[in-house]
Design a protein around this ligand. Structure first.
Ligand SMILES: Nc1nc2c(ncn2[C@@H]2O[C@H](COP(=O)(O)OP(=O)(O)OP(=O)(O)O)[C@@H](O)[C@H]2O)c(=O)[nH]1
Ligand SMILES: [Mg+2]
Length: 434
């Protein structure tokens, strides 16, 4: 027997909320700010070469990404089938008692059902997955996209992953598993780490995964799935064991939320905690709904953070250049002066002087070694000082960037948060209930 799915549609407002014009307008504004105030500075000082991190339009306009991770056969693919209502259809993801999912599967919205090969996804820069190309052909063969028309996929993109198999060697996968996981973890808006209460062995690969959650704890949710397969007493025991084995691995004061339920379409077996499972499922759906509602706020915060890093980089390069011109005397050897500055920037207070500027945290400062590499590839003579990047008509790059960080982006954030002059409670959602 199948369970009723109406609470999924209700909790996520799948049939009642539509993408509003304000949402599209705000997203366009964000792209515009990025292209006029941040990108030119990135290009002028080759920021991408420092961080190997490029923000693409695809990344700015992409939907929230929900990542499913965990050991094999814990029910990750079944959970996705359940959330999308694919059970029994031809679009259903493969599930089974053996390790089944062998590919990173990106499930996204499209006009009609079709699969997209990894190499095709990576080649398309309008998609947010193009940076995955750097993991090589071996990985791209393990990446696949599935497009289908679906109300939930209009709001989020789901990523199914191959289950962890402990005791298997890294190289057998044919691609850098940890790095690929890290890439997805760093970008996911919500990370569901799924467990099966009947096999709760924390091995090396899972430990690694926990360690990779550093800094992403607020996106992490643990799921004790298939809870219908054990008695309530066993469930409580397993719940405790999960926390016990996890405690040393997760370094936060507030432990991640755990959802205990059975996320699949079939009815729970006889004597299970029906009511609890249902409540847990609704809480998880509420959680997911929050992510959908806050996506634009999160994106604006992300771009602002990026802008702050670009500004620091520009100020640093400018400082290096200034120091170089100050040091360069009539009779000094330019190469020697350069080498001296780049190998020992502290002697010239380069990083210290940047810290003295307003609004710069020492935690945002890159390390000196990164600049030694950076200037090794990009000779200092290729850059011009900040004062050069000004024009009569367009003003200065630095002013524009600083205005974006301190004014334009916060104003955009405010504009989407303003509540209309009514007493009626309206969700601050661009996916607005009508
Ligand atoms: N009893 C019960 N069985 C489940 C539940 N969810 C999934 N299963 C079964 O568990 C098995 C594994 O499910 P999958 O969805 O393939 O698991 P997976 O995590 O995607 O596995 P890999 O792709 O191999 O990593 C299948 O036979 C499912 O039918 C559940 O909530 N309760
Ligand atoms: Mg699977």
């Amino acid at each position: 027997i199948m369970r009723d799915r109406s609470h999924i549609e209700e909790t996520l407002h799948l049939n009642t909320a539509e993408l509003s014009a304000e949402f599209t307008a705000a997203q366009k504004k964000l792209l515009d700010i990025y292209h006029t105030a941040i990108k030119p500075m990135e290009d002028a000082y080759k920021y991408n070469e420092l961080r190997q991190y490029e923000v693409t339009d695809g990344e700015i306009t992409s939907k929230p990404m929900i990542l499913f991770l965990g050991p094999w056969s814990v029910g990750k693919s079944s959970m996705i089938n359940y959330l999308l209502g694919l059970h029994g259809t031809s679009q259903e993801l493969y599930t089974g008692a053996e390790p089944t999912t062998s590919e990173y599967t990106v499930i996204m919205h499209g006009e009609k059902f079709r699969t997209v090969e990894g190499i095709v996804m990576a080649a398309d820069s309008s998609r947010s997955f193009s940076p995955l190309e750097k993991f090589g052909q071996g990985f791209l063969e393990r990446l696949v996209g599935i497009e289908m028309p679906h109300k939930l996929l209009e709001r989020v993109t789901l990523v199914d992953t191959p289950g962890i198999i402990e005791n298997r060697k890294q190289q057998e996968r044919g691609y850098p598993y940890n790095e690929v996981c890290q890439w997805f973890i760093d970008r996911a808006d919500l990370i569901f780490l799924v467990f099966d209460p009947t096999k709760l062995d924390v091995g090396g690969e899972l430990e690694m995964l926990f360690r990779q959650m550093k800094g992403r704890e607020s996106q992490l949710r643990l799921i004790l799935n298939k809870a219908d397969t054990v008695s309530t007493q066993d469930l409580m025991r397993v719940y405790g064991a999960l926390f016990w084995s996890m405690a040393p691995l997760v370094n936060v004061t507030e432990p991640p939320r755990v959802y205990v339920s059975s996320f699949w379409p079939l009815d729970y077996t006889g004597d299970t905690s029906r009511e609890l499972f249902m409540k847990e499922e609704i809480s998880l759906l509420d959680d997911l709904n929050q992510v959908i509602e806050n996506q634009l706020e999160n994106k604006i915060a992300f771009i602002r953070q990026h802008g702050i890093r670009v500004r620091i980089h520009a100020l640093l390069v400018d400082r290096y250049l200034q120091t170089y011109y100050d040091k360069l005397g009539w009779f000094s050897d330019p190469y020697e002066v350069l080498h001296d500055i780049v190998s020992d920037p502290d002697k010239y207070y380069i990083f210290k002087s940047i810290l003295a500027k307003t609004n710069i945290s020492k935690f945002d400062l890159p390390d000196k070694e990164a600049y030694e590499d950076f200037f090794g590839v990009n000779p200092m003579a290729n850059f011009k000082q900040l004062s050069y990047h000004c024009s009569w008509s367009g003003g200065c790059l630095l002013d524009k960037l600083e205005k974006a960080i301190s004014h334009d982006l916060p104003a955009l954030l405010n504009s989407i948060n303003t509540t209309p002059d009514t007493c009626e409670e309206k969700p601050k959602n661009r996916w607005r209930r009508q």
